[in-house]
Design a protein around this ligand. Structure first.
Ligand SMILES: Cc1cc2nc3c(=O)[nH]c(=O)nc-3n(C[C@H](O)[C@H](O)[C@H](O)COP(=O)(O)OP(=O)(O)OC[C@H]3O[C@@H](n4cnc5c(N)ncnc54)[C@H](O)[C@@H]3O)c2cc1C
Length: 298
């Protein structure tokens, strides 16, 4: 199907299969672009931040990629799934709570009804909220291209602000997945932001923790914006493993996180000092929340 719609793009395609979508992308030889809800791409195109596109290929109409499913140990999310669907899905609320929380703060209801997690990850902004929730869970993405389909850790797809190793002119992020949290695991997300104006986050962070009694046996932490890409805070998570789930250890994790980043003052966000204070305050809080959730899970 081809329609001439606006000057922001010449052709709009809504293929119903991955093969058809890839074929269209190939035909346009790098001058077409994959689109999800369009809440980033169309806003940027209409603002003149990018050149009008020869074609856009809508990934939200592809059959089978508009739902969430439980497959073995994984919760799998199709690229057409919106933030609203994620926020309301009982399996995500139970097995990936930090993802529901992170998608729940994105924009307002209209943006969440249209925007997708796939678009949030593929856009590769350092402060993408859903992305930060997914990273803490150890999330992965499936990428389809003319040469085949591959799964890879979501954290390995970011190259710089807005730059992804996923070639959005030739490849499609088809699905996202994470291993569901078990009975001894919990997760949590928190975003600090200015209460007024555009939702520019001062700092967002998420965690997934596994406990055995009072000990932490596995940990994941993510945060942004603290650099050019959403940060999988491996050093901060690693020092928690094998230690008691205590306030002292949570403070130590915040210290390690801060040793590994260089916060900047931004007139739109906050001073570096304030952002440091927010990490010292809220990282221990989300870690404690994740431990509590791990203990409370039946
Ligand atoms: C008013 C407003 C408020 C917002 N607030 C927030 C916020 O609080 N937090 C936040 O994180 N974001 C926010 N956003 C940004 C945006 O809504 C999210 O990033 C959203 O998740 C983008 O998803 P989308 O489906 O609309 O992506 P699109 O705009 O369709 O695409 C974004 C990028 O990803 C690529 N892409 C999309 N889908 C695929 C795919 N399946 N395969 C390959 N590439 C793909 C596109 O080519 C494009 O480069 C806001 C946007 C607006 C307009």
């Amino acid at each position: 199907m081809v329609n001439k719609l606006t000057s922001a793009w010449e052709n709009y395609y809504a293929p119903d299969s991955v093969a058809a979508a890839l074929e269209i992308l190939q035909r346009h030889e790098g001058r077409a672009r994959v689109i999800g809800g369009g809440t980033d791409l169309l806003v940027e195109t209409r603002r003149g931040l990018r050149r009008p596109l020869e074609a856009i290929v809508d990934a939200t109409r592809i059959e089978g990629l508009n739902s969430i499913s439980a497959e073995g140990d994984y919760i799998v999310i199709g690229c057409g799934v919106t933030h609203t669907t994620i926020v309301n899905d009982p399996r995500i609320l139970r097995y990936g709570q930090c993802l529901a929380e992170s998608c729940g703060v994105i924009g307002g209801p209209q943006v969440r009804n249209t925007g997708t997690l796939a678009g949030n990850v593929a856009h590769a902004l350092p402060a993408g909220d859903g992305t930060i929730g997914l990273l803490a869970l150890g999330g992965e993405v499936e990428v389809a291209s003319a040469t085949g389909t591959r799964w890879m850790p979501a954290k390995d797809t970011f190259e710089g602000p807005g730059r992804s190793i996923i070639d959005r002119h030739r490849e499609i992020l088809t699905r996202l997945r994470f291993r569901r949290t078990a009975g001894n695991e919990g997760s949590a997300f928190h975003r600090v932001m200015r209460p007024q104006g555009l939702c520019l986050p001062i700092i967002s962070m998420a965690t997934r923790l596994e406990i055995d009694g009072d000990m932490i046996t596995a940990a994941g932490i993510s945060m942004g914006p603290v650099g050019p890409v959403p940060w999988f805070a491996k050093p901060a998570a690693e020092i928690l493993v094998g230690k008691p789930a205590s306030a002292e250890q949570f403070d130590a994790a915040a210290n390690v996180a801060l040793e590994n980043i260089s916060l900047r003052t931004s007139k739109y966000r906050a001073t570096a000092e304030y952002r440091e204070m927010m990490i010292r305050t809220y990282l221990p809080i989300i870690l404690a929340t994740a431990v509590r959730r791990a203990r409370d899970t039946p």
